[in-house]
Design a protein around this ligand. Sequence first.
Ligand code: ADP
Ligand code: MG
Length: 703
Amino acid sequence: MTSEATILSTPIEYLTGISAQRGELLRKELNIYVFKDLLEHYPFRHIDRTNVDRIGMLTPAMEYAYVAGKLISLDIVGENRGRRLIGKLKDDTGVVELVWFQGINWVQKILQVGQQYLVFGKLGFFMGNPQIAHPDMENFTNENASGKKSLEPVYPTTEKLKAKGITGNVFGKFTKELLQKINVKDLPENLPADVIEKYKFISRFEAFSQIHFPASEKHYHHALRRLKFEELFFAQLRMNLIRIARHRFSKGWVFDKVGDLFNDFYNHHLPFELTNAQKRVLKEIRKDAGSGRQMNRLLQGDVGSGKTMVALLSMLIAADNGFQSVLMAPTEILAQQHFQSIAGAVKDLPVQVRILTGSTKGKVRKTILQEVAEGKVHILLGTHAVIEDKVTFHNLGFAVVDEQHKFGVAQRAQLWKKNTIPPHVLVMTATPIPRTLALTAYGDLDYSIMDELPPGRQPITTIHRNEMARPQVMDFIKEEIGKGRQAYIIYPLIEESSKLDYENLMKGFEEVKSFFPEPKYWISMLHGKQPPEQKETNMQRFVTGDTQIMVSTTVIEVGVNVPNASVMVIESSEKFGLSQLHQLRGRVGRGAEKSFCVLLTGQKISNDARERIKIMVASNDGFTIAEKDLEIRGPGEIEGTRQSGALNFRLASLVADKVMLEAARETIDTLLEKDPELDLAENLPVKSFLHTQKAKTKWSKIA
Ligand code: ADP
Ligand code: MG
């Protein structure tokens, strides 16, 4: 709801046929409050009035039916929950059945047997006979029989609205009246003239008129193009403006030097040469942290790209500048692992590292809290326990959130309160999302990408086997163990508490044990129901190589790093999504040895699952996989994207309209580079339009 222009903010009750009661329902069901909302309630299709289907020619291949005929009967059948209203509509080629499950009394009252009707709706076939459930009905008069405008809009509606007579084409009546009430001045231009010229866009008024009542297919297409561009343009522009505003107004701690800690570590303790991507990101972070404004940076790097080292080096710079750092990980296991690798890496340096998790209790906890409050601890690692109110810092300057998608925004926001000026925030995620999507969804943040793996990594070979081949797969694991390697076997535990899944895991464990008997082999098992100490022991035994096999649920999914492991077997892999499979596979291929991933599935799997497995077999690259995932599932489903609404477009699709998305982004980049404040006269239309839109980006400041 906005105040774009007075007439567009008129309540919908001012239209003929919208009573207070209907108005209330429109608000509740579809968020339609004012004229503008109705104008943006776009038709999902148009029907060609001159082109009525003949009932005898309806086939299961047709998605919708649009027929004209006489209602020859109308009866209530069935009882209780099976109660429904059935009508029969006849033309001279056949009969189609019409069915209502809801609003029966109302429908029965308004329809008349013997009358002629135009009927539109989703077509189904029941025992070979055509059937339309909850059709849109319109009296068939001579007026609409011939000579009517050819393309009529059909709108999305809901069952409740239909029951009050607001069917998919009744909206057309409202919109028609609305369009008569407004004129060009009410929909002023909102794009710069040169953009309109470049893309040959039609005017806004024209676009809104034609999207509802197109004069032809071609007109509709032009309207759609213009309005899609607007959506993509303003969604991205808003995010970019938030980023620019934050850069100008948010104060941040200044890290103006690289000191002894960093230099000593970099020159004497760094176990490997940094990749170019790591160097580049580190530079970006240093620049941000030295700028005097708060950094709010998202780091996207594929699994295994070495994000932890970037985090550690950044935290050393913070320490060099007299600031404390905190690193928050989503699981206890991961926090432990970070602690070991980070504390191990800096053990010869005067840097104090501590770990704080839910299982840090009693005296130990008290001491740590005190040391953190006094500033004796330079780096605090842990789970979300580190953001609890009890934890106060002496001088927190840098915060790292590992595996960002596992935390809620509200949790991350806690970090901001831990000092008088918020710390710099580096958010790391290994659930890559495609670049175009990332730039849209996270356009308000600073954004870094690590698209390079450390050298010497061999690509993981991924194979698909059905579960009948399990014995051969176990033999293969034996061979690898014979060479000194280790293996993971993962079971799907969709719900940690599900009894069935848990039993599956236990059964699997017994089976694995029978293949790999003690004392020749030792097995670790890990699942969410274990107490933290037990988890830690099991993990630790695998890390040190005391056990050769890790049987686990997906608790192992994120971040775990055991470079000697070279085989990842995923049981029932048809049950996993693409990003999860990629995450799991990322547990191997971390050392110099050739690694393998075996995707076991049942014999019969769905086409979707087969497609996912095929993609996994074909590609090792997280960004490629993310791109495919987007194509298969659409942006709403992609892990790691925000529900901020930034990606909820009415018309545009991030998949189908990728080219336009890019075009809109380039337009914005050029525009903002020249005129970041939108002060130039040529950008006035853009600026005025933005002013009329209410800000709805409450959380968008937080990475
Ligand atoms: P992720 O980005 O998935 O969090 P990690 O930070 O766990 O990856 O790093 C994966 C592995 O790669 C670790 O064993 C780490 O020590 C190693 N690694 C990181 N950077 C490099 C590098 N530049 N060269 C070689 N190995 C590296
Ligand atoms: Mg990691």
